[in-house]
Each structure stands twice: as structure tokens, then as C-alpha cells.
Design a protein around this ligand. Structure first.
Ligand code: GCO
Ligand code: MG
Length: 400
């Protein structure tokens, strides 16, 4: 029988919730067999589109759709320099789509191809936020009432908001925050939350790489009494060695990884057991193929998965998470942003949430599709996100 080949590769860019999403559709020489994959790097969607159109598409058309491993590695090295965010996202879109096709050809949902379920549903966490303790408490309560048992709690999202910033004369515009004010306010927040919500609900917090390393060490120590489920992004990827010090001073579980692109970023953290949860944004490392390898590596070292699942991951990417989540022994928790009605319309087959768990459907492959006509009704926008223009009180540009 003639091998099924890649006939066309399409990039679908859409923003049903005003967040740029990038999805790849791989069409084959059998018109009704195609796959979809997530290639979402929301701040650089046009660059990912160009990488797919100009480089991967001409390289891959005509190749055997079943050769996922060969396609993944040969694509990775085809431009010599590798492991960067743009090409990794482009490759992820193709990779997930090829896994989707393989599931369709096998007549199985991907979790079966990955060895079958070890849990029926994956526990998720939601984002509680607010500008004062009471608002965050109420936001958390609303999720608890919906059956969620894991809640990430932020006060003014990342770095805090409405702080008294005294900048020098002539300081430039930007997203100013005061690390010390942020630390003090969050310690007060968790004191409040534990006294109001009690000891049982699982609380998480994301530092979002916004502290100087020694402040992160101190903060991890001071947060210990609040028994967080995990403390995320305590350090920027540029300062990973400091995790050793955090480990020496605090037993708080640590999560890291959404900013990683290169295996050399996670290898030392995993093999030295310096983190407890790997938080990779799967399309930033190239898709399902590397994520499965990373899951196995983490299992060997007692590290659990907590794939990055924000609003700037497409429902296709979220579906890939769920197939990995239900079939991995070392699953930890799944971040969940929820799907608006518009998103669910553009992406038929979104995974379902029931009582704090997310469930894959049992359709072959990823079990999700993209309605191209509807997607076209929500054009993306090329606007620099303000929040990434982070500055310290004296106006120094810093990590966002
Ligand atoms: C998270 C992340 C996000 C990122 C966003 C960047 O833990 O979900 O920190 O909120 O800031 O994905 O575009
Ligand atoms: Mg984060």
C-alpha cells in the first residue's frame, strides 16, 4: 500500500479570546486524514508562522506521515542552530499533528498509544487573583465551590500591583513593580488565606521569576509554614544554580520550566532533584515527542509533571497535555485556564472539566479539531504586551 505522505502544512492563527494562538494543520495524501498541533508562542506568532511556511513546510511536504521520530530530529537540526523558541514552536505544531494522525490511523486516542490510562481524569488547578486579600480569598472560594481542590493564588497577578513606586526623575514608562513590597504582601496573603480557607485546600503561587536570587531563597523559606502545593518560577532561567540554595533552606515544593526551550535548562534541575514539578510549555520544546522523553526522564528522578497550561496555549495544546496527563505515572497537576464558548466553537472536541478533573475524549488521536472558517473570524494582533516591559522601582528593566 502506498505510504501516506504529507501533502500540505497550514498555519491557522486565531485569537477567540484576544490571545494569539497558532495551530498547525498537516494534510496528507488521503484528503480526509489530517492532524492538528499547537505552535503557540503568543508574543511572536508571526515569526512562528514564517518559520513554518518558509522552512518546515518545504522541508516536510512529501515525507511519510508515520515517521515522527525521523521528522522531529531531522527538522530540529535542519537549520543547524536549534532549541530556540521560534523553531521549537513551529516543530511542535507539526509534531503534535503527526501524533494526531498516527492516532487516527491506529483508531486510538493518543493516551492508548502512550501505553494506556493510569488515571481516568487529571486534577487541575485554577488561577485565583485580586487586588487585596479579600478579593483573592473570594476568587479562591468561587473555584472551591466549583469543585476545584488546587488553587493558584496571586495578589495583583505577577509582582503585585498598585504599589507605591518612587522612581528617579526621567524614569521611562513601563510595568513597574517593587519586589520587596510584593514579597511582604504575598506573605500576608497566605497568612490570610490559610486562616480563612483552612489547611486542606492546595494553594500554589507563581513568583514569575521576579525576585533577586537571594530574595527568592528567603521568600521560599518564609512561605514554608503555609504548606504550598508548589512555588513556581522562583528564579529566572539565567540563575538556575541558585536552586541549590533554595533547596538547602526550604522544603517548599518547587516548580519550574515554562520558560525553558533547551534540554540543558532542565537536565541539571531534574537529575540533581532541585525541583519537584516540571512546568514546560510543551510547544516551546518542540511538542509531544520531546515531552514524552522528558516525562520518562522526570519519572526516573522523582520529578512530576505540571505542564504549562495558560490562556496562551491553544485548546489543541491543552488536549495534548491531557493525553500525557492521564497516561503518565509521574503526573503531578495540570494548569487549567478554561475555555470560553468562542474557543469551544473554534476548537470542537475540547477536553471536559468535571468536579476539578479534566478528561480526554475517546476519539482517535488528540480528539480535537479546528474550524478554520470560525478561526478566521478572530484575527490575531501584533501588539507588544505591556506586562513584559517590567521595570524595578528605579526604572531598571527586569524579568517579566
Ligand atoms: C503561568 C504563566 C503565564 C505566563 C504567560 C506568558 O504560570 O500560567 O506564568 O501566566 O505569564 O503564559 O505569556
Ligand atoms: Mg508561571
Amino acid at each position: 500500500m502506498e505510504k501516506l505522505k504529507i501533502r500540505n502544512i497550514k498555519t491557522i492563527m486565531t485569537a477567540p479570546e484576544g490571545i494569539n494562538l497558532v495551530v498547525v494543520k498537516v494534510e496528507t495524501t488521503e484528503p480526509e486524514i489530517y492532524g492538528v498541533g499547537c505552535a503557540t508562542f503568543t508574543q511572536r506568532h508571526l515569526s512562528v508562522h514564517s518559520a513554518i511556511e518558509q522552512y518546515l513546510k518545504p522541508f516536510l511536504i512529501g515525507k511519510d506521515v508515520q515517521s515522527i521520530n525521523d521528522i522531529w530530529h531531522s527538522s530540529l537540526v535542519s537549520g543547524y542552530w536549534r532549541n530556540g523558541p521560534i523553531m521549537n514552536n513551529a516543530l511542535s505544531g507539526v509534531d503534535m499533528a503527526l501524533w494526531d494522525i498516527k492516532g487516527k490511523l491506529a483508531g486510538m486516542p493518543l493516551y492508548e498509544l502512550f501505553g494506556g490510562k493510569v488515571r481516568e481524569g487529571a486534577a487541575v488547578y485554577r488561577h485565583a487573583d485580586g487586588l487585596d486579600f479579600k478579593q483573592v480569598e473570594e476568587s479562591a472560594r468561587s473555584y472551591i465551590e466549583q469543585g476545584y481542590r488546587y488553587i493558584r493564588c496571586q495578589l495583583g497577578t505577577y509582582g503585585g500591583k498598585d504599589q507605591l513606586i518612587v522612581a528617579p526623575e526621567g524614569a521611562p514608562a513601563g510595568a513597574y513593580y517593587d519586589p520587596k513590597a510584593y514579597m511582604k504582601s504575598v506573605l500576608g496573603l497566605f497568612e490570610h488565606l490559610r486562616s480563612e480557607l483552612g489547611p486542606d485546600v492546595e494553594l500554589l503561587h507563581d513568583i514569575h521569576e521576579r525576585l533577586a536570587p537571594i530574595d527568592a531563597v528567603n521568600f521560599a523559606k518564609q512561605l514554608e509554614p503555609y504548606q504550598l502545593f508548589f512555588l513556581e518560577d522562583a528564579l529566572p532561567p539565567e540563575q538556575l544554580e541558585w536552586f541549590r540554595l533554595i533547596r538547602q533552606h526550604s522544603t517548599i515544593p518547587l516548580a519550574m520550566g515554562e520558560l525553558f526551550n533547551n534540554p540543558n535548562e532542565w537536565m541539571p534541575l531534574v537529575t540533581n532533584r532541585l525541583i519537584d514539578y516540571i512546568r514546560i510549555h510543551i510547544s516551546q520544546i518542540g511538542g509531544i515527542t520531546p515531552a514524552r522523553k522528558l516525562t520518562s526522564l522526570c519519572e526516573a528522578f522523582g520529578v512530576r509533571t505540571a505542564w504549562h497550561g495558560p490562556g496562551d496555549t491553544s485548546p489543541v495544546g491543552h488536549a495534548a497535555h491531557v493525553h500525557l496527563d492521564v497516561s503518565s505515572i509521574n503526573f503531578g497537576i495540570q494548569e487549567w485556564n478554561g475555555f470560553s464558548p468562542a474557543l469551544q466553537e473554534v476548537f470542537p472536541g475540547c477536553p471536559e472539566i468535571r468536579n476539578g478533573y479534566v478528561y480526554p475524549n475517546d476519539k482517535p488521536g488528540l480528539g480535537i479539531d479546528v474550524d478554520e472558517k470560525l478561526a478566521a473570524q478572530y484575527p490575531c494582533h501584533n501588539v507588544l504586551p505591556e506586562w513584559t516591559l517590567a521595570r524595578l522601582p528605579d526604572g531598571t528593566p527586569t524579568f517579566p
